[in-house]
Design a binder for this molecule. Structure first.
Ligand SMILES: Cc1cc2nc3c(=O)[nH]c(=O)nc-3n(C[C@H](O)[C@H](O)[C@H](O)COP(=O)(O)OP(=O)(O)OC[C@H]3O[C@@H](n4cnc5c(N)ncnc54)[C@H](O)[C@@H]3O)c2cc1C
Length: 342
């Protein structure tokens, strides 16, 4: 069921088995597994999942390589709702550990927002990350190409850049390191500092050794049409022609709502064990937010692993979820079937 601002208030007395923060590939996958384990689940999602930027999901087994990420999200959400999972468009502001349960405070709506507190026994953090992009005066110019041939993920799109003239856009010398693994796919690499930081003589030397060019002038704008970037215009009006780009500027990690809970991080990523449990016994982290590989296939698998572990734990504690009446009816049907065979 898709909850609304009104119906959300009717669910504040209910204790969900699991509340999932984030309805991207990881959260939806977890939701499907949780609902199929007869657990009660609420997914809260603020929208604009990273997967919705994916114009073509090139590497997911069984899907045509031109499948848009938003199609995967659409199918995933329909599937989850068909299993009677609950979903709310909202922003999780904070989480309080109450011992047996979590109190999850959610802002609903951007204009005239309302606030609702939901409760759950487990929490899955599936809220992902978002990539930093080059900061130009006209950001619309950046959004025009980002996710098309201005890529952000080498594992996803290195193949798309093979033998092409590729620009690497960094925010620090260390972020420009991405040029070297990109060299596996193409030798035609130009790295850009956008005039924002200095590059050491050692780094310059390494670039020269690899035959990569360095451009240190500020970027005025990206050039191109139909979402296909064809180069950059620099501050002095000169043009660098390119066929593709790789933005390597780090990410924002969506974990602010966990600030009141003491969890272990590596950089901005949550550290988890092999069942995707964080350092808190009832908080799991899946997808891009946890340490690991940022891929849709991993996010989906993470969801399956965390959900199945939570089901195991609840099942071991409770034994059965079905009402005594339902169990008796099932036994009677079984006995009748056995008698008919005799
Ligand atoms: C341009 C691009 C191309 C890519 N190409 C590929 C590819 O070809 N193949 C591949 O496997 N992967 C690709 N990826 C990577 C892939 O998109 C991610 O690994 C995947 O989307 C991660 O899924 P997720 O569920 O962890 O995060 P997301 O999909 O980002 O979902 C997280 C959700 O949580 C929500 N959220 C965050 N904070 C809150 C909050 N406080 N309250 C409520 N909701 C919140 C977010 O809005 C978002 O909807 C690509 C990524 C990009 C950006």
């Amino acid at each position: 069921m898709q909850l609304t601002r009104q119906t959300a208030n009717q669910r504040t007395d209910h204790v969900y088995d699991v509340l999932v923060v984030g309805g991207g590939a990881a959260g939806l996958s977890a939701g499907i597994y949780l609902q199929r384990s007869l657990l009660s689940t609420l997914i809260i999602d603020k929208g604009k999942a990273r997967s919705s930027w994916v114009q073509e999901l090139h590497n997911y087994l069984g899907l045509p390589p031109d499948t848009p990420g938003r199609e995967v999200l659409k199918q995933g959400k329909t599937h989850y709702l068909s299993l009677e999972g609950e979903h709310l468009n909202g922003y999780v502001e904070d989480v309080t550990d109450e011992g047996e349960t979590f109190a999850v405070r959610v802002r609903i709506g951007r204009t005239n927002p309302t606030y609702t507190v939901f409760r759950s026994r487990y929490l899955i953090a599936a809220s992902g990350i978002i990539d930093h992009l080059p900061q130009l005066n006209n950001m619309q110019n950046v959004f025009e190409y980002a996710g098309h041939n201005l890529h952000v993920c080498l594992i996803c799109d290195g193949y798309e850049m093979r033998d092409k003239r590729a620009g690497v856009f960094g925010s620090s010398e260390s972020s420009l390191e991405a040029a070297f693994p990109l060299g596996w796919f193409t030798p035609y690499i130009t790295v850009f500092t956008n005039g924002e930081f200095e590059v050491s003589s050692e780094f310059r030397h390494r670039l020269t050794q690899h035959g990569y060019r360095l451009v240190e002038q500020p970027i005025k704008q990206f050039l191109g049409e139909n979402h296909q970037m064809s180069g950059v215009e620099l501050a002095d009006g000169s043009i660098e022609e390119l066929d593709a780009g790789l933005v390597s500027m780090g990410s924002k990690y969506h974990a602010d709502y966990l600030k009141n809970i003491d969890l272990e991080y590596e950089g901005g990523n949550l550290i988890t064990d092999k069942v995707n449990r964080t350092s808190h016994p009832r908080i799991f982290a899946i997808g891009d937010l946890k340490v690991g590989m940022n891929q849709v296939v991993i996010a989906a698998a993470d969801g399956a692993i965390a959900a199945t572990q939570i089901w195991r734990e609840i099942r071991r504690r409770e034994g059965s979820r079905r009402s005594p009446i339902a169990i008796n009816q099932a036994k009677e049907r079984f006995n009748e079937a056995v008698l008919m065979k005799v």
